[in-house]
Design a protein around this ligand. Structure first.
Ligand SMILES: *Cc1c(COP(=O)(O)O)cnc(C)c1O
Length: 405
């Protein structure tokens, strides 16, 4: 680490809680798939803000939309209407093939909204006795960081010391339909799942799992809630990861890329029989659906309507997975590769270093990635990355994995 970077890192640590362990790189600028640090070094971004930056850094259309809206009106609160709101809700609902939208800001807030919606639907529509509603979730899930959400996490680090925990959740193994069937009771109001588990290491469920979940939930009168916060909006080569198996859930939970890497925008999208349970005063958010958020998200929806980014994710994804497949065959460094579209989890043999160490070695070579679960590297570059840059980044990975340290 150079003195300038070391100084900036320790200054950052001096007055911020240490709830993250960032790589020692201090970014000053970014464009497309590239970031530049305070000393002018360039890095290929192969994390893309956990898919919040699907459309790249500084995407002109998104920045222009934000700038134009900044000069008009930025916040009204939901006490009043504003002239971007109807368009945003109408077009997002259409993109999802659904009827209604409830806008929030962060992903965790949207998941909380989904939980509240499902419970209220359970009591008002399904007729579950008061206080008895259950939601089934999967092991190794990641749905956010609120006290209720960590209550149904199986990740010790994410959950420990935050009790008392919110009751009302049943956890079943991801990908296992038999356990799911056994977990459903008359009081189950929803099954909440990631169609691809991102934080767990880009885990794609076995073929037939999502259609099986759809069938079971339909049979039992249970809502199927797909948390597509990370998997949705182009990343896997489709607008929604559920589409790969022809599945339509009862509710999408969206976030991350919906804000185009500019502002936090999240939403729950569903049908009227479900979202219609809310009456004024029963849920809300001061910033949810604000004019700036709607203006940026409308442009994001426009980008997705063209299908261009889904196509890019498919084509570049083939390139990515082909290269990773070769890398796995070449030596013994890669134990497993998973993923869909421009998204991959790579399990590295621990003799080549921890995920953290490999991330650090990639950083030294100008590539930024994030490890997860000690020996897994996750690759999710912006969908705007060029073939040449993707190949270049993968060549750096091959270098790092070419010999044991
Ligand atoms: C990131 C993420 C969340 C939480 O989003 P925040 O904006 O960080 O609150 C929830 N679910 C999934 C699947 C995610 O990847």
């Amino acid at each position: 680490m150079t003195p300038a970077t070391a100084g900036a890192v320790s200054a950052a640590q001096a007055h911020s809680a240490h709830n993250y362990h960032p790589l020692p790189v201090v970014v000053a600028e970014a464009e497309g798939a590239w970031m530049t640090d305070i000393e002018g070094r360039r890095y290929l971004d192969m994390l893309a803000g956990y898919s919040a930056l699907n459309f790249g850094h500084g995407n002109r259309r998104l920045i222009e939309a934000a700038k134009a809206q900044l000069d008009r009106v930025t916040l009204t609160s939901r006490a009043f209407y504003h002239d971007r709101f109807a368009d945003f809700c109408t077009r997002l609902a259409a993109l999802c093939g659904m009827e209604a939208v409830l806008p929030m800001n962060t992903g965790a807030e949207a998941v909380e909204t989904a939980v509240k919606t499902a419970r209220k639907w359970g009591y008002r529509v399904k007729g579950v006795p008061e206080g008895m509603a259950k939601i089934v979730v999967a092991g190794n899930n990641f749905h956010g960081r609120t006290t209720t959400i960590v209550s149904f996490s199986t990740d010790h680090e994410a959950r420990a010391d935050y009790g008392p925990y919110t009751p009302g959740f049943d956890i079943v193994p991801y990908g296992d339909l038999t356990s799911l069937r056994e977990a459903l009771t008359d009081n189950t109001v929803a099954v909440l799942l990631e169609p691809v588990q991102g934080e767990a290491g880009v885990i794609v469920p076995p073929e037939g799992y999502l259609p099986g979940v759809r069938e079971l939930t339909r049979e039992r009168g249970v809502l199927f809630i797909a948390d597509e916060i990370q998997s949705g909006l182009g990343r896997t080569g489709r607008t929604f990861a559920c589409e790969h198996e022809g599945v339509v859930p009862d509710m999408y939970v969206l976030g991350k890329a919906l804000g185009g890497g500019v502002v936090p925008v999240s939403a729950v999208v569903s049908s009227w029989p479900v979202l219609g349970v809310f009456r004024p005063g029963e849920h809300g958010s001061t910033f949810g659906g604000n004019p700036l958020a709607c203006a940026v998200a409308l442009e994001v929806i426009g980008l997705l309507e063209s299908g261009e980014f889904q196509r890019r994710a498919t084509e570049l994804g083939h390139r990515l997975h082909h290269a990773l497949g070769l890398l796995a065959e070449e030596g013994d460094a890669v134990r497993a590769v998973r993923g869909r579209g421009l998204w991959a989890g790579v399990d590295v043999d621990p003799s080549y270093g921890t995920g953290r160490e490999i991330s650090e070695r990639l950083m030294e070579r100008g590539v930024l990635v994030k490890d997860t679960h000690s020996s897994t590297i996750r690759l999710a570059p912006p969908l705007v990355i060029s073939e040449e840059d993707l190949d270049w980044g993968l060549a750096r990975l091959r270098e790092v994995l070419s010999r044991r340290p």
